[in-house]
Design a protein around this ligand. Structure first.
Ligand SMILES: Nc1ncnc2c1ncn2[C@@H]1O[C@H](COP(=O)(O)OP(=O)(O)OP(=O)(O)O)[C@@H](O)[C@H]1O
Ligand SMILES: [Mg+2]
Length: 347
């Protein structure tokens, strides 16, 4: 047993080598002179040869190169420490991760180098974003639930009296009133369920998402004349724990939107693969795309640009994915197409 810290020799090299933080020593142009084991793990590399004497920029998305170069120059030439910045890095397998970076100058001999400590904050950022999204949907859900409650009761009374009216004073217009009233009631029902998915008491089952996608695609066979539907399924057989009907409906809504976005001929590609504990599903269409100012509206109840759309399809999708502990993001370009990227956690 060690009595005091002075009583034994601290092996500083071991301390850094086995540190839980990723530590790099960089020179001009981001050249890597040293990195520890945690750095290899961070970037999913297997050997030091893959990284030493390379530039760290090879592992950083190009859109932040300019900022990184400016900061590195400040560290190397002006000896300015950089307290904390958030950035992104690219792993060997292509996955992009969010990182927190601290940099400080390090003098070795006559030269200055940059000591860089990097921490993976992908999960923390994801958790914060999901919490924010969940809160947004939960407050919308509560509002929707109370509106549904207030509006449904009087409408149900109207429906009752309408039946009496139809019996005592039949008139052809009354059938139209009746069917429109039914539509209104059914929208209220769907709003209630999509806004509060936990109301749907579906059992949790082991689900192979790839199978659900395959069966959903079958429902769109009649569209094959003008829409080329491509299925790219990898890692079939991986299971998640989820609610079968909710997930089927979510994929149905995504594919339906993709089809509706294609006015003449086009292609829809549906990819399924497993990566690092998540099942990924990407639905990409070559349709009309979404305008940038409308992107943040997606998922909001009743947001629709379609003449007959309810604007509840994506609300159901977002609510279901979040209910499963997953994440969804969208990329789109007007006139080119849209990709919805869904991630669902495996057990
Ligand atoms: N793949 C897509 N391409 C282009 N726009 C899309 C796509 N998916 C959704 N949108 C836009 O998002 C809006 C909301 O979609 P959502 O599915 O919630 O409702 P909707 O499709 O309009 O109506 P409903 O789903 O009830 O038929 C759409 O009206 C459309 O403007
Ligand atoms: Mg829709």
């Amino acid at each position: 047993m060690i009595e005091t810290i002075e009583s034994f020799h601290i092996d500083f090299h071991q301390l850094i080598e086995n540190s839980l933080n990723s530590i790099f020593i960089l020179g001009e142009e981001g050249k890597i002179y040293y990195c520890n084991k945690a750095s290899l793990k961070l970037l999913k590399l297997t050997s030091f040869e893959e990284i030493l004497h390379n530039s760290l920029y090879n592992f950083i998305p190009t859109y932040i190169h300019v900022v990184c170069k400016e900061r590195l120059n400040n560290v190397l030439h002006k000896q300015q420490a950089i307290d904390y910045i958030e950035a992104q890095m690219i792993r060997k397998d292509g996955e992009i991760i969010d990182v927190e970076v601290k940099t400080t100058p390090l003098k070795m001999g006559e030269e200055y180098y940059a000591q860089v400590v990097i921490q993976d904050i992908t999960n923390r950022k994801l958790a914060m974003r999901l919490l924010h999204e969940k809160e947004r949907l939960a407050s919308l859900g509560q509002m929707a639930a109370s509106i549904v409650h207030e509006v449904k009761n009087p409408l149900t009374t109207v429906k009752g009296f309408l039946q009496l009216l139809k019996r005592d004073h039949p008139h052809e217009y009354l059938n139209t009133v009746d069917s429109e009233l039914d539509k209104a009631l059914s929208i209220l029902h769907s709003l209630l369920f999509v806004s509060k998915p936990d109301l749907l008491e579906e059992p949790l089952l082991e689900i192979d998402v790839s199978k659900k996608i395959e069966s959903t695609v079958l429902l769109f066979q009649d569209k094959q004349d003008y829409v080329n539907l491509i299925l790219d399924i990898k890692d079939a057989g991986r299971k998640i724990e989820g609610k079968r009907n909710s997930l089927l409906k979510a994929f149905f809504n995504l594919i339906k939107n993709a089809i509706e976005a294609i006015s003449e001929k086009g292609t829809i590609t549906i990819e399924h693969y497993y990566q690092n504990g998540w099942i990924h599903v990407k639905v990409t269409d070559t349709g009309i795309g979404v305008a940038e100012e409308q992107l943040r509206m997606l998922g909001t109840p009743f947001f629709s640009t379609k003449e007959k759309g309810t604007g509840l399809g994506l609300t159901q999708v977002y609510a279901t994915i979040y209910d499963h502990g997953g994440d969804i993001c969208v990329q789109s370009e007007l006139g080119k197409g849209t990709t919805f990227h869904v991630k669902l956690p495996t057990k």
